[in-house]
Design a binder for this molecule. Structure first.
Ligand SMILES: NC(=O)c1ccc[n+]([C@@H]2O[C@H](COP(=O)([O-])OP(=O)(O)OC[C@H]3O[C@@H](n4cnc5c(N)ncnc54)[C@H](O)[C@@H]3O)[C@@H](O)[C@H]2O)c1
Length: 422
């Protein structure tokens, strides 16, 4: 074995060459890498530098290491959200579910940040997607759309073969629908993720699972959940997301897959499907219809602007530690009824348009996350306030009526969607 190393102070590059190794040695190397990462974080230097770590392993050990040590690990550090405009070091990125709300914002951000990014979007274009979300990007040379299902293992294997990382947004996402018809949720959100994990395992890829605060269940005492808290899903939707989280962790522990999980609070912003609370409230109020709030409307959600979420995801994708979970919280704890009233205020409509309707079964009262881990480790912080973000979002829906007009029918805007047949 030879091990050569130059400090980042000298030339921003560490080179490790391992010609023969035992599995214990792989553990040691992992420890060295972790120490290097920690040191980088501690340095917190403002300038931008890159560390390349090259590990050459004997073929016989290629699949054995529990940490999936790869040919090239590239780590940029220190990193904070002001450096989002720096080029991404990762190669091609497969985004699954990229034609939906958060996925399309994420792809837009990746392609706006750096023209070198290669993005492949695999989406089945189910009801929650809107091809118009990314239509203006269709001619871009570094963007490719593939219509397909993450439950199709062969397809997923084939598409992921040429990429470096998979970021999974693909999911059935409406809690109310999961109450009425849970099966599609388990199919896509759990079995679909199993396929993605298998494809990442056979192609040795990094995998980011975009999960949700809902997996922790309700915070009855108002405590903010940490990544180490146990999962207590309440709805078929959150149960299917929790299943995917467990699978991703199991693939990391069992096969050394470079899997990472993010759990984010409620998103708002442009391109969100009209059946979700904020766009539904905007569209209904705009049409002078009542805004339905479940029960007392005192349930609390922590709202985050979708672009703050996307920036956090980009950081995790590049610099997150394999096998780790990162909570992402907006820090805007607001009662549902107050969110509805804020929308009415922005639109200049009376608060009497708020209508209290029958609560849905298993409704979590409050979600609350502690996101100090991603803040401390990756330097992320949400930048957008709820008030200004919401104003911009309302403006976007008013300016883009053509985007939602054909999809926002009566059923989609239903006051109690969990009672509908889907
Ligand atoms: N919206 C939120 O507030 C929020 C908060 C936290 C986490 N999340 C998670 O973020 C992810 C994206 O959420 P969103 O709000 O953008 O959802 P969305 O419903 O807007 O988008 C989901 C996308 O996945 C695609 N899709 C569904 N099934 C598929 C399949 N089998 N194969 C391929 N594509 C498929 C849909 O066509 C759609 O484009 C989800 O995994 C969700 O659980 C969302």
């Amino acid at each position: 074995m030879t091990l050569s190393c130059a400090t980042p102070r000298d030339q921003s590059m560490w080179l490790y060459k391992v010609r023969s190794a035992t599995s214990e040695l792989l553990y040691s190397i992992k420890a060295i890498l972790e120490t290097a990462r920690m040191n980088m974080r501690l340095l917190r230097r403002r300038e931008f530098w890159t560390i390349d770590i090259v590990i050459v392993r004997p073929v016989t050990l290629a699949k054995r290491g529990p940490f999936g040590l790869n040919k090239i690990h590239r780590v940029k550090a220190p990193y904070n959200h002001f450096q989002m405009r720096r080029p991404l070091l990762l190669g091609a990125i497969l985004v699954t579910g990229g034609s939906g709300f958060i996925g399309s914002n994420f792809i837009r951000m990746l392609l706006a940040e750096d023209h070198q990014n290669q993005v492949v979007n695999l989406d089945s274009l189910s009801y929650g997607s809107n091809p118009a979300n990314l239509r203006d990007l269709e001619d871009r040379k570094n963007y490719r759309f593939v219509k397909g299902d993450i439950c199709d293992l062969e397809l997923v294997r084939k598409i992921s073969a040429g990429v470096e990382v998979v970021v999974n947004f693909a999911a059935e996402t409406h809690v109310d629908r999961s109450i009425s018809n849970p099966e599609p949720f388990l199919r896509t959100n759990a079995l679909g993720v199993l396929n993605l994990l298998e494809a990442c395992r056979s192609n040795d890829l990094r995998f980011v699972q975009v999960s949700t605060d809902e997996v922790y269940g309700s915070s009855s005492d108002g405590r903010a959940f940490k990544e180490t808290d146990r999962l207590e899903a309440s709805s078929p939707y959150s149960a299917s997301k929790a299943a995917a989280d467990h699978l991703a962790q199991a693939y990391h522990k069992t096969y050394g897959l470079k899997a990472l999980i993010t759990r984010c609070t409620n998103n708002f912003g442009p391109y969100q499907f009209p059946e979700k609370f904020i766009p539904k409230a905007i569209i209904r109020a705009h049409k002078n219809l009542k805004i339905p709030v479940y029960g007392s409307g005192r349930q609390i959600r922590d709202w985050i602007h979708v672009l703050d979420h996307c920036e956090a995801l980009a950081l995790v994708m590049q610099n997150g530690r394999d096998g780790e979970i990162y909570n992402i919280a907006g820090g805007n704890q607001i009662e549902n009824v107050l969110a509805a009233e804020t929308i009415l205020k922005i639109l200049g409509r009376p608060f009497s348009l708020v209508e209290h309707v029958q609560d849905r079964p298993g409704h979590d009262f409050r979600y609350r996350l502690d996101s100090s881990k991603i803040q401390d480790e990756l330097g992320w912080k949400p930048k957008r306030s709820f008030d200004s973000g919401l104003r911009e979002t309302v403006r976007w829906y008013l300016d883009n009526e053509r985007w939602w007009l054909s999809i926002a029918d009566d059923k989609m805007l239903s006051a109690t969607p969990w009672k509908e047949k889907w």
